[in-house]
Design a protein around this ligand. Structure first.
Ligand SMILES: Nc1ncnc2c1ncn2[C@@H]1O[C@H](COP(=O)(O)OP(=O)(O)OP(=O)(O)O)[C@@H](O)[C@H]1O
Ligand SMILES: [Mg+2]
Length: 328
């Protein structure tokens, strides 16, 4: 090889070395940069993990809080059902007491008149001046008062009877076999004070003999809530409504339909009426619990199903399907 060629070769090599050195330098810087980025990423990751751990703790705490809130809510719901039952019982007592005071008061007045007349008769007898007209008059008054006293006391007795039945059922909520239609009729008698100031009529239709082995108290509560709703929501003052129950046997189920021919429920709130606290009558004292309680009693206590159909301007119908006997 010529010295000239060698020289050129050396130069070329030196050039390549320089290029390689620069490349090496550059990759050094890249590596350093990469290291920094990696370190940054690592600390970011650590932070994220730390934050995740904190979030997890918070979430766990929130979960526990939620569980507690849920338990408290369930407890409150049970309490509300009890309160509603007691409140219904309270107004029932007040209503029946009011209702009974009229026949009892009338009976007292009649009995005291009868006593006065008897005294007069006795006085006449003692003085030996008893005239035939006085005796005839006495007999007439005695007969009339006695028959009025009897009918008034019968009415009071019937009220006490129906109240006793419903009141016991509402407080003890015991299971027994009973005939559905006569029982609903008794519940309606206990509600008669509420109908007094209205023009509505209420009827219970169906076969008298249909029996069910279930909780009459719960059924009384459901029927009361439905009827109260019709009175409160379905009609304008002085409107004349027709409210009726129909009891139908369907194999081992009892279908109880309750209907009113009132103003109906608008479609946009139809799906909400069973929700707790949903009411369109808050200013009238509605709490929005009536239908929720009725629904819970049907589906849980009575192991049945409940739905409703309603058309604005036509009325509302609730269908309650109950098993003929409940398994406990
Ligand atoms: N028969 C009915 N006709 C028209 N609307 C009804 C009828 N029954 C229920 N509603 C509507 O459903 C809503 C919910 O009824 P729910 O019985 O749950 O509560 P409420 O009657 O308003 O209050 P509460 O029963 O607690 O006193 C009522 O506010 C009313 O708008
Ligand atoms: Mg109600």
């Amino acid at each position: 090889m010529q010295p000239r060629d060698l020289n050129a070769e050396i130069k070329q090599l030196q050039k390549e070395i320089r290029i390689l050195a620069r490349k090496l330098e550059r990759s050094e810087t890249d590596r350093a940069r990469l290291e920094i980025t990696n370190r940054n990423k690592e600390s970011l990751l650590k932070r994220v993990i730390g934050e995740l751990q904190t979030s997890q703790v918070i979430l766990e705490k929130k979960g526990a809080d939620l569980e507690q809130a849920f338990n408290e809510l369930s407890l409150m719901q049970t309490k509300l059902v009890e309160v509603e039952t007691m409140a219904a019982l309270g107004s029932l007592v007040a209503g029946v007491a009011h209702e009974i005071s009229t026949p009892v008061g009338t009976s007292i007045t009649l009995a005291s008149t009868l006593m006065d007349e008897t005294q007069l008769l006795l006085a006449g007898l003692k003085s030996g001046q008893l005239r035939r007209s006085l005796l005839n008059n006495y007999i007439e008054i005695a007969q009339e008062s006695a028959s009025l006293i009897l009918s008034n006391l019968n009415r009071a007795g019937a009220l006490v009877q129906s109240f006793k039945q419903v009141a016991v059922d509402q407080s003890s909520l015991e299971k027994r076999t009973f005939r559905v239609k006569p029982y609903l009729e008794e519940v309606m008698i206990s509600l008669s004070p509420q109908f007094k100031q209205t023009l509505h009529t209420i009827a219970v239709k169906g076969d008298d003999a249909i029996e069910i082995d279930s909780y009459p108290g719960a059924l009384a509560q459901i029927a009361t809530n439905l009827v109260t709703n019709s009175l409160l929501h379905a009609y304008l003052p002085n409107e004349q409504g027709i409210l009726w129950f129909e009891v139908i046997q369907q194999n081992e189920y009892i279908l109880i339909q309750y209907s009113d021919d009132g103003m109906g429920i608008p479609e946009n709130i139809l799906s909400k009426v069973f929700e707790p606290f949903f009411t369109t009558a808050r200013e009238k004292g509605g709490t929005g619990l009536g239908l929720h309680i009725a629904y819970n009693l049907v589906t849980q206590k009575l192991q049945g199903r409940m739905d409703l159909e309603s058309e604005v301007g036509k009325g509302t119908q609730f269908n309650i399907r109950l098993p003929q006997s409940i398994h406990v």
